[in-house]
Ligand binder design. Structure first.
Ligand code: F6P
Length: 319
């Protein structure tokens, strides 16, 4: 292994830059050459590949987004896309690849490995929906962004004695909703992994009102339904004219938290260690504060579901 490349793919996440920096610096420290690929798998297919030096990753550790840019590129699922990608890697004499992204990106990494090109996955997504790791890069930062918004909404909700619905990201995963709802004391948390019953929710809200609660906050993961749709359904159950806040892409931006920077640095360095051992087809992760690696194919088979114990705890504490 003499020359490796790195790309970021799918929805960006705060901390992707910190991970890229770690890969580049650790690789150069170990005597490797490193190439950056712009715009994820799209850039790979198009040959948008350039050499990175130590200084190329200076001053990016604290920045959100990804300086390598990102793209959603479903065409990489095709044989044609993958073969073109490998052709570009060979043309640039690259021996190993690091892919930072979510499960879509992991499918690309797995396909390349199956075609004989050693590729390592680093979990970078705010959704925290990758198996084999307790946390993905960007989740902690997104969570803090949501919590900040939730605390602010709580102020105005209390002043006006209102019910607020906050729609957060998470197409298939409820971690952002669950953790922000628990951390922010939401009265109800609606996630794709758990059924909900509007009668029960209204019952909780009514009981809260009866004992003098001045506001209610409900966090809804976008994958269940939109915040506006939820408000419409809630209104059909009685006197709840909820205000809705859709947090949207603000959740994907911002300077990464200390946790995300440290996690990204550890995962990035470990990805390089695996390539140095000529190992591909692995995804790095963190389990009980230890850096681990798992087979990407296995990770993709296991569906991540949000923690039921946390969910139950949140509903006990918001009684
Ligand atoms: O990054 C993952 C994610 O944030 C999902 O939670 C969300 O549904 C999706 O990306 C939005 O993606 P896009 O920016 O492509 O619309």
């Amino acid at each position: 292994m003499k020359r490796i490349a790195i790309l970021t793919s799918g929805g960006d996440a705060p901390g992707m830059n910190a991970a890229t920096r770690a890969v580049v610096r650790k690789a150069i420290y170990e005597g490797l050459e490193v190439y950056g690929i712009n715009y994820g798998f799209l850039g790979l297919v198009n040959g948008d590949i350039h050499k990175l030096e130590l200084g190329s990753v200076g001053d990016i550790l604290h920045r959100g987004g990804t300086f390598l840019y990102s793209a959603r590129y479903p065409e990489f699922a095709t044989e044609e896309g993958q073969l073109k990608g490998i052709e570009q890697l060979k043309k640039h004499q690259i021996d190993g690849l690091v892919v930072i992204g979510g499960d879509g990106s992991y499918h690309g990494a797995e396909a390349l490995t199956n075609r004989g090109f050693p590729t390592i996955g680093i979990p970078g997504t705010i959704d925290n929906d990758i198996s084999g790791t307790d946390f993905t890069i960007g989740f902690d930062t997104a969570l803090n962004t949501v919590l900040d918004a939730l605390d602010k909404i709580r102020d105005t909700a209390t002043s006006h004695e209102r019910t607020f619905i906050i729609e957060v990201m998470g197409r298939d995963a409820g971690d952002i909703a669950l953790w922000s709802g628990l951390g922010g004391g939401a009265e109800a948390i609606i996630v794709p992994e758990q059924e909900f019953n509007m009668d029960d929710i209204v019952d909780r809200l009514n009981k809260g009102r009866e004992r003098g609660k001045k506001h209610s906050i409900i966090v809804v993961a976008e994958g269940v339904m939109s915040g506006n749709e939820f408000a419409k359904q809630l209104a059909e159950y009685g006197d709840y004219h909820a205000r809705v806040t859709v947090l949207g892409h603000v959740q994907r931006g911002g300077s990464p938290t200390a946790f995300d920077r440290v996690l990204a640095s550890r995962l990035g360095a470990h990805a390089v260690e695996l390539l140095l051992e000529n190992r591909g087809g692995l995804a790095v992760g963190i389990r009980e504060n230890r850096i681990v690696e798992n087979n990407i194919g296995e990770i993709l088979k296991e569906k991540h579901v949000c923690d039921k114990q946390l969910f139950d705890l949140a509903s006990i504490l918001s009684i």
